[in-house]
Design a protein around this ligand. Structure first.
Ligand code: ADP
Ligand code: ADP
Length: 226
């Protein structure tokens, strides 16, 4: 079963730049897809169209079987993790984690249970009463991931989530995302320009070039290809 289907999708920006040209991709339930390719090849444009942050010029995107072309980001059953953690500075970690659930009128007991579960998985329990400025970069990034996890979405969309972290944190967060993926198993579309991240995380790797899919396959197949 496919969680996300991208069918003949293209993006033409105002001014006529065709950033993405007729891309088709089926992402299976639970599959972790990593998008790589040179700067400007259309990775972030494609991700943003799936997320609903950018209009789709041509083609169709479905999430969980539903065409989402005209749906707001909030109605797409996805959660995004960005490189600039986008946490609310005036809220505690607990409230940052709970925010999206409160907006969706989730019952309080369930909010507490889901926040507790995510905090345990991400080892954030000691920090629930702190505000983001009292956390390290890695802890903030874990809160950003926690906010996505508590929602239990059909898919996660990651836009270079580790690129602002120092090298040591990047390595440990890479391992954490991999572990989470094993435990939570949510379908993911992950954009990076870091080859090690791509190798470590991808079930399938999609290499974009000039707005088109140049290669697609398991990481070792792609990187060993002539
Ligand atoms: P990547 O994420 O792979 O670096 P992008 O998706 O950001 O690539 O960009 C793909 C192409 O679209 C580039 O040529 C870029 O200059 C262009 N582009 C991106 N955003 C816009 C925009 N808002 N308006 C016009 N052109 C854009
Ligand atoms: P309300 O006050 O709306 O009834 P709750 O009883 O769920 O909501 O929680 C009150 C506030 O206490 C929350 O907004 C949150 O800031 C904080 N809170 C609740 N549970 C925890 C927890 N396990 N750790 C840290 N803060 C918590």
């Amino acid at each position: 079963m496919s969680t996300i289907t991208i069918t003949d999708v293209a993006k033409v920006y105002a001014g006529g730049v065709e950033a993405v040209s007729n891309i088709s991709l089926d992402i299976a339930d639970g599959e972790f897809i990593v998008l790589v390719g040179p700067s400007g090849c259309g990775k972030s444009t494609l991700l943003r169209m799936v997320a609903g942050l950018e209009d789709i010029s041509r083609g169709t995107v479905t999430i969980g079987g539903r065409v989402v072309n005209t749906l707001d980001p909030a109605d797409r059953d996805i959660a995004m993790v960005f490189q600039n953690y986008a946490l609310y500075p005036h809220m505690t970690v607990f409230d940052n984690l709970a925010y999206g659930l409160r907006n969706r009128r989730t019952p309080k007991a369930e909010i507490r249970a889901r926040v507790a579960e995510a905090a345990r998985m991400l080892e954030l329990e000691p920090y629930l009463d702190r505000r983001p400025r009292a956390l390290s970069g890695g802890q903030r990034q874990r809160v950003a991931m926690g906010r996505a996890i508590v929602r239990k979405p059909a898919a996660f969309l990651f836009d270079e989530p580790l690129s602002n972290l120092d090298a040591r944190l990047r390595v440990s967060m890479r391992g954490e995302i991999r572990q989470l993926q094993r435990r939570v198993g949510t379908t993911s579309l992950y954009v990076t320009h870091d080859q090690l991240e791509a190798m470590t995380l991808a079930d399938r790797l999609v290499v974009l070039n000039a707005g088109r899919i140049e290669q697609i396959g398991r990481p070792l197949e792609v990187y060993n290809a002539p």
